[in-house]
Design a protein around this ligand. Structure first.
Ligand code: AMP
Length: 217
């Protein structure tokens, strides 16, 4: 069984690594950020609440995120494993997840901490751009990740925009929350002997090789 948590700040490459793991092991990639962005499109009252938290870089209230996550984990496609990206973000969330898993006779097998310095994270987040049509990602702070024409998507010609929460204030808030909680989470999983660290500054395929060695046991 491969129940995996990717633990890292935004922009450390969790999405890229999750896609590579998903492809090789055929298990779903569950990003709580994506689940929330999908839910807020509904324009319901709950959608409005979610938007207000995301746009401020704050954590969405635990009852909302837990409900969404558990609904997703109950899906049949998670029976042979899953990759969690963006959850847990707090020790309370880690405990909620544990409770859910133990009631369902499951557990987490690997927690992968993708290690990237704070300076590098800020450079990555501030340069991040996303195509508003097809959601392809670019980064204006790295030559190899720029679009060929400034602000235009190489794939579909759509406009490149910043995510609504990639503005200075929201970024600082998100990073502050991340660094406040991460040590507790690392300790929590270290105590269970399921924590592994990889160097997130390497090229994506090299990071993946490290991860693959860990989970391919
Ligand atoms: P992400 O795409 O992982 O960067 O998440 C984007 C935003 O969604 C975060 O800044 C939070 O506002 C919200 N979010 C995602 N995951 C969680 C979570 N586990 N708990 C609370 N809020 C979350």
């Amino acid at each position: 069984m491969k129940n995996i948590i990717l633990l890292a700040p935004q922009s450390a490459g969790k999405g890229t690594q999750a896609a590579l793991i998903k492809e090789k092991y055929n298990i779903p990639h569950i990003s709580t950020g994506d689940l929330l962005r999908e839910k807020r499109k509904e324009k319901s009252e709950i959608g409005k609440i979610i938007s207000s938290f995301i746009d401020n870089g704050a954590l969405v209230p635990q009852d909302i995120i837990d409900k969404l996550l558990i609904e997703r984990l109950n899906n049949k496609d998670c029976k042979n494993g899953f990759i969690l990206d963006g959850y847990p973000r707090t020790i309370e969330q880690a405990k909620t997840l544990d409770k859910y898993l133990s009631v369902n006779n499951m557990n987490i097998n690997y927690v992968i901490n993708i290690d990237v310095s704070k300076e590098e994270i800020i450079k990555r987040i501030t340069g991040r751009r996303i195509c508003e049509k097809c959601a392809t990602n670019y980064n204006i702070n790295y030559e190899s990740e720029k679009s060929k024409i400034e602000n235009i998507c190489d794939k579909c010609g759509g406009h490149l925009i910043k995510r609504s929460d990639d503005y200075e204030e929201a970024i600082s808030k998100r990073l502050e929350i991340y660094y406040k909680e991460i040590n507790l989470l690392l300790e929590f999983y270290q105590d269970k002997n399921i924590l592994y660290k990889v160097d997130g500054c390497k090229l994506p395929n090299e990071v993946f090789k490290e991860i693959d060695k860990i989970i391919n046991k």
